[in-house]
Design a protein around this ligand. Structure first.
Ligand code: IPM
Ligand code: MN
Length: 385
């Protein structure tokens, strides 16, 4: 090919571009989101794609000023973006539940983000409250079903305020919801491991039997017999299609026990919505706290939303002391979901180079400011070969 033709060809090869809707939200949300965007831009420069960012002001301040949280047309507008990036939701002057339900849960449901992906990974140099456990032992992923269960909102109250008051809140699941979540989890095991590099928790017999990783169903089949009857049947039926995935079952109460005592027993855990909510806060503490725990609300066929799983930490607002690592790790998850896997890996490597330099992952005790931590991650990305 002549140089001229080669140049022409390069010109027609369009640079990939992603448009990202950023909802900074409340409290320290905008500060951590700003660091995430900074890192996102650095990764884009390094890996040759471009990023367009549009900021949205949904959250407590706007609600207090206008009474509006988010409406259908605003949700429709978000659908034009490739991804949503969320800082945090929760305002001290707004009654608890209003913004959480009106914005966070509303988006998860309206966009059918049926997977909540929450890695529990201890980064190097990060302190864990688990005795004798390190990055080797704490490295698994929780797939939290994100569209059903008790979050469906089915139930009610009758005879309110009387001694006979009755309240119900139903845990609802359809076969369709359970199945799509389980399939995602089985596929994730395959994505994490291969024949060449199987999960290190497997026994020799497992390897001989062709297993590459493990999926644990976390349930409560001994009490919630209807809902987990459905989950369990679907789990073992679908498992037949994944002979390379070792299946494992754990009641939710036992799961919390092993998450503390033997976290190395887990590879991928799949569970229903409320159980997933609860166990991932426990998981977050074992990986160094809310400052490090990232999450993705994923619609594998549609628009996903990435967020640090911690709250808005209002008392630290504007002080430049909040830890942006969870928000930065969420950007890595976002890029992975968008198919920019090299950029995603690069961010994670950069995080792992910075965490050992930090004094702590707690707000105000990092040894660096919020913006400094963001800059350090950017510098590490630039330095990588
Ligand atoms: C989470 C949060 C939310 C949930 C709240 C804020 C609605 O706890 O993302 O884990 O329960 O899902
Ligand atoms: Mn939660």
């Amino acid at each position: 090919m002549t140089q001229q033709r080669k140049n022409m060809k390069d010109k027609t090869k369009q640079k990939k571009s992603y448009s990202i809707a950023v909802i900074g939200g409340d409290g320290t949300g905008p500060e951590v989101a700003a660091e995430g965007v900074k890192v996102l831009r650095a990764a884009a420069r390094k890996f040759g794609f471009s990023i367009r960012v549009k900021q949205f002001d949904f959250g407590g301040e706007r609600y207090l000023a206008t009474g509006k949280i988010i409406d259908d047309s605003e949700i429709a507008a978000l659908k034009k973006y490739d991804s949503i990036y969320l800082g945090a939701i929760g305002h001290p002057d707004v009654k608890p539940g209003v913004l959480e339900k009106g914005l966070l849960l509303r988006l998860r449901f309206a966009l059918d983000q049926y997977i909540n992906l929450r890695p529990v990974k201890l980064y190097p140099g990060v302190e864990t409250p688990l005795k004798d456990k390190g990055p080797e032992e704490i490295d698994y992923v929780v797939v939290r079903e994100n569209s059903g269960g008790a979050y469906t909102g089915c139930g009610g109250i009758v005879m309110e305020g009387t001694p006979n008051e009755v309240a119900t809140q139903e845990m609802i699941y359809t076969r369709h919801q359970v199945e799509r979540c389980l399939r995602y989890a089985f596929e994730l095991v395959r994505k994490r491991h291969s024949k060449k590099s199987p999960w290190k928790g497997l026994s020799e017999e497992d390897i001989k039997a062709g297993k590459i990783g493990q999926l644990t169903l976390c349930g409560k089949t001994n009490v919630l017999t209807y809902v987990f009857g459905l989950w369990e049947r679907a789990f073992y039926e679908i498992a037949e299609e994944y002979p390379d995935v070792k299946t494992d079952y754990c009641h939710v109460d036992a799961t919390t026990m092993w998450m503390v005592k033997n976290p190395e027993w887990f590879d991928v855990i799949v569970t229903e919505n409320l159980f997933g909510d609860i166990i991932t806060d426990l998981g977050a503490m074992t990986q160094g706290g809310m400052g490090v725990a990232a999450g993705g609300n994923i619609n594998p066929e549609g628009l996903s939303m990435f967020e640090p799983i911690g709250g808005s930490a209002p008392k630290y607002t504007g002080l430049n002391v909040i830890n942006p690592m969870a928000a930065i790790a969420s950007v890595s998850m976002m890029l992975d979901t968008l198919g920019e896997t090299n950029a995603a890996d690069s961010i994670e490597k950069a995080i792992m180079a910075v965490t050992p330099q930090m004094k702590s992952q707690a707000a105000g005790r990092m040894g660096f400011s919020t913006t400094e931590v963001g800059n350090m991650v950017v510098d590490e990305i630039k330095k990588q070969k």
